[in-house]
Design a protein around this ligand. Structure first.
Ligand SMILES: *[C@@H]1O[C@H](CO)[C@@H](O)[C@H](O)[C@H]1NC(C)=O
Ligand SMILES: *[C@@H]1O[C@H](CO)[C@@H](O)[C@H](O)[C@H]1NC(C)=O
Length: 510
């Protein structure tokens, strides 16, 4: 059965290649260094990111894109300081093979390169596309505190989108923001939940006070604010981040008194919270190639076997944070041929462990051994969703009132398959996908493509900035450093080279 499936998959692929490439002749199936493509933000010195990245697309001599991997070691990248006298430590792992003919190259700089960088991309000993690329200095590293004073220039450099649908929607109920009302009302209304952090940003310095004992996750908002402030001059701001799971503001725009613009990581259809990218994707973006292995970039090179070689089952592993997850396990016991679901840790429904058993932990990259991925809410939105979308499996997404910052740009049946909240239609949808393999593959591909676009680290920074910019424009009084606020300093990076040439002398110092 399996062998047959693999064989028919291979035959189909060969057929597809043959159709799309015409009759192969000499050189047709090998990589052309000159015609291959290299592009992305990592080739622009002015785009400062924790991990810089760019893409390489393998192209044949006839100018056809490879649509399958031409081999993991097809390209080699060397990055060094432009001036031979400058030594800059740069971590450059091997290019990530995205298994579709394209590669993702990442690098992390541990100091700034004042003169600039040279990036060489090789196929064998031949330069690829316009390699070598020269990035004129200074090229700053992540921890160099060197903000661009003009936010317009910074946003243009990053090619930030002019509008973000979700941000427009989120700010619609808040034509103006009354900081004094918030100062009075937020502590009594939301403070007792113990998960609110009150921030003020003045002259690009960050101050905050925690309201309660469940505010440890402020480390994530701190680290993002500091990272942003090193890159662009933030407007003066005073705001409240809810670092707990659930969004908090349930009042409607036309209620009296009206809602307050609380900021959260997850939104829901029955709350008015303004959302930011989740702490999970934010942290993984900041710590990529350092503290985390599973991030929005690394996942792209670990998407398992190609579509035709994946197991034709739906897959789920996760904790017991919602009843439907337990239900999935029961469903998979009835139809192990269609669904492999397991709970890996019990906390909320401990009494169910005896009945349902505990599944072995499996590495996230191995999820992509399966063709179909079931995304079921956890406490709120399942924060694995962005990672699942970046794989090349088809995502079956449970209907949910919860959402993250990018969901509004995804369309059911175009980017993923919707399933009902109670999941009564799950098997029907899996069956549909099995019977419409090419359509299913196409949806998986489109979902992956839009996730690759929307979840780029660069876009994340744009999104954060735009939220703060919109917020700042609506403030009706000047933000202040309030009682009990402490300064959140930039991390010490004094051992690394960082000569900031952007900082203007402020008027007070003249
Ligand atoms: C080849 O790949 C590049 C980069 O992904 C893409 O922009 C281009 O449209 C592709 N060309 C064709 C003919 O598909
Ligand atoms: C599927 O797996 C087999 C065995 O590992 C491999 O030889 C084949 O190239 C794979 N097919 C595709 C389309 O990746």
């Amino acid at each position: 059965m399996t062998v047959l499936r693999i064989l028919s998959g291979v035959t189909l692929l060969l057929l597809l290649c043959w159709v799309s490439m015409g009759t192969p002749d000499d050189g047709e199936e090998s990589v052309s260094p000159r015609r291959s493509l290299v592009w992305g933000p990592g080739l622009h010195g002015a785009i400062v990111l924790p991990v810089r990245y760019f893409y390489v697309q393998a192209v044949t001599a006839k100018g056809n894109n490879f649509t399958q991997s031409p081999g993991k070691k097809t390209f080699r990248v060397v990055i060094k300081a432009l001036a031979s006298k400058e030594f800059v430590r740069i971590h450059v792992p091997d290019p990530l093979d995205r298994n579709d003919g394209s590669f993702l190259v990442r690098y992390r700089m541990y100091a700034s390169a004042n003169q600039g960088l040279v990036i060489e991309v090789f196929h064998g000993d031949k330069h690829v596309a316009q390699s070598p690329y020269t990035l004129k200095g200074p090229v700053y590293h992540e921890y160099c505190d060197c903000p661009e004073e003009d936010p317009q220039i910074w946003q243009e450099t990053l090619s930030c989108p002019a509008e973000e649908t979700q941000i427009l929607k989120d700010f619609d109920p808040f034509p103006s923001i009354d900081l004094n009302r918030m100062l009075e009302e937020v502590p009594s209304r939301y403070g007792e939940r113990g998960a609110i952090v009150h921030y003020s940003v003045l002259n690009n310095n960050i101050y905050r006070r925690s309201m309660g004992k469940y505010t440890d996750f402020k480390m994530f908002s701190d680290e993002m604010l500091l990272s942003l402030a090193r890159k662009v001059h933030l407007p003066d701001l005073e705001f409240y981040i809810n670092v707990g799971d659930w969004p908090v503001e349930h009042r409607n725009a036309n209620d009296t008194p009206g809602p307050l613009p609380m900021i959260s990581w997850c939104g829901s259809t029955d709350t008015r919270d303004i959302i930011l990218p989740t702490y999970d994707i934010t942290h993984s973006t900041l710590e990529a190639l350092r503290g985390v292995t599973n991030d929005l970039l690394s996942i792209q090179g670990h998407t398992g076997p190609s579509w035709y070689n994946k197991s034709e089952k739906a897959f789920f592993r996760g904790r017991d944070s919602r009843e439907e997850r337990l239900q999935l396990v029961q469903m998979s016991e009835k139809h192990p041929d269609l669904l492999d679901a397991g709970i890996t840790g019990y906390f909320f429904f401990r009494e169910m462990e005896k009945e349902l058993g505990k599944a072995q932990l499996i590495g996230f990259f191995d999820f992509f051994n399966y063709k179909y991925q079931v995304n079921v809410d956890g406490t709120v939105a399942a924060y694995r969703f962005p990672y699942l979308m970046l794989g090349d499996s088809l995502v079956l997404k449970q209907a949910s009132p919860y959402y993250e910052h990018f969901y509004t740009l995804l369309k059911p049946w175009k980017h993923y398959i919707p399933i009902k909240r109670k999941m009564g239609d799950l098997f029907e949808k899996i069956q549909w996908a099995k019977e419409h393999d090419e359509e299913a593959r196409k949806i998986a591909k489109e979902g992956q493509a839009i996730a690759r676009e929307l979840l780029q680290p660069q876009r994340l920074y744009c999104y954060y900035y735009k939220v703060f910019q919109n917020y700042a424009e609506r403030q009706t009084s000047k933000p202040e450093i309030r009682k009990n606020m402490e300064h959140v300093p930039q991390p010490d990076d004094s051992s690394a080279v960082c000569k900031c040439l952007k900082k203007k002398i402020s008027k007070d110092e003249l």
